[in-house]
Write a protein that binds this ligand. Structure first.
Ligand SMILES: *Cc1c(COP(=O)(O)O)cnc(C)c1O
Length: 421
């Protein structure tokens, strides 16, 4: 598409946008009595207006029914989490039985490593990406320590080539091949939080599976952002948080994918609790653990229903719109942002101020170096009603989110940015 950096053109794109009405479904912080320009949905998604109703329902049921709410609420609490599985399966390309929702992301990755990282004398190495999200790094180090291993021996860190800002799939495949006999687990962030790169999940998973290793993905920045086919790609396990592109609120419950080939297996290592036992006999309080026949076998505690309700509200919207429509808009939206940034660059010919470091394999996030500019640019943007994310020394991360960002938002952002650099 031929883009133009004008308000009229942005408005034209908005008028053709079939998701345009969804902007009104979200609550925006206000700046000078106007919505802020919000580009940090990769960090915390905005609050859908319908969230409050879902939460009120729980509060009302708790008030009116108290303990009886477990079984007699309109949406009973004891299996509330199961309502999320079907819509979430569509978002990540899974069978409903492969999805459960519980705990929070890092906690779930730890629990999944209990099942899928069982190092032996021969196979004990983990492949991850360099500068993985800090929580993931702490997880790897503490898991290795727990097994009496050291990162020097057991952690293979995928590096970018000097002078490059992204990982090459061919380099990753080479590393997998190099360590094929000792490889126990490949666990990478599906979309890198820093540069916005989308890894080739299908190809990497296939290559790693051929070595006999387990493959998991941290989909914090991928769920609700890019098309996923976890089941068809034969991913072993994955987890994601729900407060980024999934708009379910700060620190909220995490989604988990466990490939169905690991369901109903007696030999699987797992940390267990009463909510992983068969629904039908759970309250007989028997001493034996009889696992649920799906991913719910990994549930430990009774579900934090207060965190499930906003997630269900958000999933209702994903269900209405579908990932296909979101992705289609996302591509055009991010393409338009790229065009606007290039246009601003072309106006000062001698020096490129803005350098996009996100490769073409991307979701909706663009990360950029702002050469010659420091923190004052971030402060300027924030003081002008633009919410972006800043990483020292000079990286801005921008995520136009198809659910609630418009093309005109991007035009306006461009005008403000241009005046500030
Ligand atoms: C956001 C994010 C997390 C956050 O983990 P929590 O346990 O939810 O705090 C973890 N990993 C990645 C890659 C993230 O982007």
């Amino acid at each position: 598409m031929e883009f133009k950096n004008t308000r009229e053109f942005a408005q034209l794109l908005d008028s053709k946008d079939t998701l345009q009405s969804y902007k009104q479904e979200f609550i925006f912080p206000q700046f000078n009595n106007k919505n802020v320009l919000y580009f940090t949905g990769n960090s915390l998604g905005l609050q859908p207006k319908r969230t409050r109703g879902f939460l009120d329902e729980i509060l009302n049921d708790w008030g009116n029914l108290a303990v009886e709410g477990h079984f007699y609420a309109d949406k009973p609490w004891w299996d509330y989490h199961q309502r999320l599985a079907a819509p979430l399966a569509k978002v990540v390309g899974a069978q409903t039985s492969e999805i459960t929702v519980m705990n929070t992301l890092t906690v779930n990755l730890h629990l999944l490593m209990v099942s899928f990282y069982q190092p032996t004398k021969k196979r004990y190495k983990i492949i991850c990406e360099e500068k993985a999200f800090p929580s993931d790094q702490y997880m790897f180090l503490s898991q290795l320590r727990n097994h009496g291993l050291t990162p020097q021996d057991a952690l293979i860190v995928l590096k970018k080539r000097p002078g490059e800002n992204h990982w090459r799939t061919s380099d990753i495949l080479e590393k997998i091949e190099l360590h094929r006999d000792e490889l126990a687990l490949v666990l990478i962030g599906g979309v890198n939080y820093y540069n916005g790169q989308v890894f080739d999940i299908k190809t990497i998973t296939k290559a790693a599976k051929q070595t006999g290793a387990m493959v998991g993905w941290d989909l914090a920045h991928a769920a609700g952002n890019i098309p996923l086919e976890l089941h068809n790609w034969e991913v072993d396990f994955a987890a994601w948080c729900s407060y980024k592109y999934m708009n379910s609120g700060p620190g909220n419950a995490s989604g988990v994918f466990i490939n169905q080939k690991y369901h109903n297996r007696k030999d699987i290592a797992r940390f267990e609790g009463w909510w992983g036992t068969k629904k039908e006999t759970r309250f007989q309080m028997k001493p034996e653990f009889e696992p649920m026949e799906n991913a719910d076998a990994w549930q430990i505690s009774n579900p934090a229903v207060m965190t499930m309700a906003p997630y269900l509200a958000s999933l209702e919207m994903f269900e209405e719109v579908g990932m296909q429509a979101l992705n289609a808009k996302s591509k055009t939206l991010t393409g338009y942002l790229e065009f606007i940034l290039d246009d601003i660059n072309s106006e000062n010919k001698n020096q490129k101020t803005l350098e996009i470091i996100t490769p073409k394999d991307r979701g909706c996030q663009l990360s950029l170096f702002v050469h010659g500019k420091g923190r004052e640019l971030f402060d300027y943007l924030m003081n002008n009603g633009v919410i972006v994310d800043w990483r020292e020394p000079n990286v801005i991360r921008l995520a136009p989110v198809p659910f609630y960002n418009s093309f005109e938002d991007l035009y306006e952002f461009g005008q403000i940015l241009k005046a500030g650099i």
